[in-house]
Write a protein that binds this ligand. Structure first.
Ligand code: NAD
Length: 288
């Protein structure tokens, strides 16, 4: 396993000094023989990550709320020759994630990679959502990641001193509230995942654990079909999205390169330029 000491300025300084699009430190390069936990692994991006990791020689612990999907994923991955463990859980429940962490550690031994990836879509005007809708979307998308940080990260941090890496799945929607689709609550949850990941990177600075936040644009998965609230516009955009396999390959490459922000769609630049121009304009009106 190489543990690179950067020789040039790739943006690896103290987190607050890093350049835009900055890299996290350290980078994780050697996947062969390592072990990973993936939540939301029964479908879409999580399942594609499982295939890409298994092909790179990684043993897997797969967690999902969908028992049948998880069993199908295990069957698909059986021929890879890697050890594959599965556990049905609800990432929104702290106790489920805590129990999964100890079971996975007992099965895998050392864990090197954690993907806090499970998530759900939520569409609808803010005032139209019920208390249950809010609890569910924050429970899965935000508390799912918080529980993963609380229970999976200690498996990397305290149990062994080997290089490790955590990827939290946010979304481009965590940076940009898209007027064309009514997904404000989803965007709010994904902004939280970006902030949690930035904070985690700061807290782990100086350790051998790298952090990344995955911020995809539309990816062709069944996320919108699972939601009764998705608009036709959202469904069409997701159906025409990037393949999950391409996203997974992008993620593994980004982990190797030590990228903190993992974007998949360059078009996000235009939207973010508009957003930040507005923010900087507001700041520029303040007395200097
Ligand atoms: N598909 C996209 O366009 C897109 C874009 C940006 C971000 N994302 C994010 O990517 C992640 C993966 O989504 P996907 O597109 O692969 O969708 P998907 O629906 O194909 O996969 C999500 C998986 O998470 C599981 N899951 C849902 N709730 C759960 C819970 N409470 N506990 C455990 N597992 C649960 C589902 O059963 C499913 O297997 C999500 O966090 C999503 O928000 C997706």
């Amino acid at each position: 396993m190489t543990h690179e000491t950067p020789t040039s300025n790739h943006g690896r300084g103290a987190p607050e000094e890093r350049l835009p699009g900055a890299l996290t430190s350290p980078s994780f390069r050697d996947f062969e023989g390592k072990a990973a936990i993936i939540t939301g692994a029964a479908s879409g991006i999580g399942l594609a990550l499982a295939h890409a990791l298994a092909a790179s020689g990684v043993d897997l612990a797969l967690a999902d709320i969908d028992a049948r999907g998880l069993e199908a994923a295990r069957a698909q991955l059986a021929s890879t020759g890697r050890r594959i463990y599965t556990r049905v859980l609800d990432v929104a429940r702290d106790a489920d994630v805590r129990a999964a962490a100890s079971e996975f550690e007992a099965q895998l031994g050392k864990v090197h990679l954690v993907f806090n990836n499970a998530g759900i879509e939520m569409s609808g005007a803010l005032e139209s959502l019920s208390e249950d809708d809010w609890t569910r979307v924050f429970g899965v998308n935000v508390f799912g990641v918080i529980h993963g940080i609380r229970h999976f990260v200690p498996l990397l941090l305290r149990r062994h001193g080997e290089p490790a890496h955590i990827v939290n799945t946010a979304s481009g929607a965590g940076f940009w509230v898209n007027r064309d689709v009514s997904m404000g609550s989803y965007s709010a949850t994904k902004s939280c995942v970006v902030a949690l990941s930035e904070a985690l990177e700061q807290e782990l600075d100086g350790s051998r654990i790298g952090v990344s936040v995955l911020c995809p644009g539309p990816v062709a998965t069944s996320i919108a079909e699972r939601s009764s609230r998705s608009s036709e516009r959202l469904r069409a955009s997701i159906a025409a999205g990037m393949t999950p396999e391409k996203v997974a390959a992008r993620v593994l490459g980004a982990i190797r390169d030590g990228e903190f922000y993992i974007f998949t769609h360059a078009q996000l630049q235009t939207s973010l330029q508009k957003r930040f121009a507005r923010i900087f304009e507001a700041l520029s009106r303040l007395p200097q």
